[in-house]
Ligand binder design. Sequence first.
Ligand code: MV4
Length: 505
Amino acid sequence: MFRKVLIANRGEIALRVVRACHELGVQAVAVYSEADANAPHVREADEAVLLGPPPSSESYLRGDALIAAAKRTGAEAIHPGYGFLSEREWFARAVRDAGLVWVGPPAEAIAAMGSKTAARELAIKAGTPVVPGTTTALRDAEEAAEVAERFGYPVLLKAAAGGGGKGMRVVHQRSELAASLQAAQREAKNAFGDDAVYVEKYIVGPRHVEIQVLGDQHGTMLHLGERECSIQRRHQKMIEEAPSVAVTPELRARMGAAAVAAARAAGYTNAGTCEFLLDASGEFYFLEMNTRIQVEHPVTELVTGIDLVQWQLRIASGEKLPFAQADISPHGWAMECRITSEDPANGFLPSTGRVRYLHLPSGPGVRWDGGIETGSEITLFYDPMLAKLIVHAPTRARAIERMHRALLELTIDGVDTSRDFHLRMMENDDFRRGDIGIQWLEQHLDELLHVPPAPGDVLRAAITAALMAERDRSARRGAPPASSPGESAPDGSTWLRTARREALR
Ligand code: MV4
């Protein structure tokens, strides 16, 4: 195992990697920008190196500074986390060329999966089902029309260099094709510097189900089952769970084998994820491979009992996986809510400010992977995800109840967050039935959004809550209650429960 590892990231994932390092007896070197000098990931690490000013381009994206910091501190390996430089082939290569170990897949595997058309070709060769479509760039609208005719409308135009939804255009009929192709090519050129666009059959109303894979450098490649990630908005996932209500053990085995085959074909090692669309008839189609540890990895950890970040480090240091596919079976149900500094009631507008007070949920089956604390300054420099609240329970229904309970315990004062949105999700009938697809959230946003109470209502509720808290406080002192209204908090009043807890603090 390494003696020292540099973590080229910030926030909750940097802290997650620090923890894995410490459990393995490895020293952790943090890096930070001027905005993060007091961040928890810096404090929890064994040492830390300042990269530069707050903008990512001058700090966390500076490959040269990261490699120099690793060299200077004597770190033997770099863990990139997710985002930032985690999927840049050039950085994985530069780390290797500097004589350091990259805690991730080989640069060649990142490159192979980086082009969506190359990834499709690879998957096809491996026998992994892909969405019907082409694997080469369209020459013109004539060719696009020919292909569309062959697969039938609607079709989806996609950027070859894309991913994450940029440069995509749905086309419903021939007459729209030429204009949509032009628009997609322009968008692709702007976003990726490459105007290559190809065409796929458009799958209507599918789920997003992804398979976690884990491979060592000795030829073992396993899958760790699926995550259901359909609750997303504008390609930002909000809730993930494992397993998926739509996946039977038989389907899991087939999707798992398909993911393992694609990963093997790419020469993949370490942790990775194959994204699939799963349609209503149970057909699944490979979309792309994420060549990094993902935000939602904890739900897989909770149902499999396998520490993915520890295994990333073990695999990178040359260890062999000691378990086989037959040893892996999901137990119970795990669910994750992404707690972001966005105001759902305001179109998910990013919110900034200082975290004035933070009360974290705990108790049975609750895990908090966070990167904030009381006093943290939330800026617009970085991703709005503050933390992940993750629960594990025997069944999906109990996981939802547990998540609801944990969300009620959570208080974040000072910035607007997605917490209330998640409470409404846990109460939603479609969600509780598992009756959801990738379009569900955007179609149901209005009914989920918190309607702000009238100003008078807020004042009345605050006075009532304060009086009830005062009564409780008097009771604790053994004094007679100030008044004896005899009433208790209305059933399930989160307002009163929170006010009471805060007043008694
Ligand atoms: C699709 C699709 C429907 N049909 N491809 C979105 C981002 C990129 N990973 C691929 N995406 C999609 N590809 C075909 N042929 C629908 C999506 C899609 C989507 C996929 C996964 C999760 C969320 C999504 C939201 C909108 C569209």
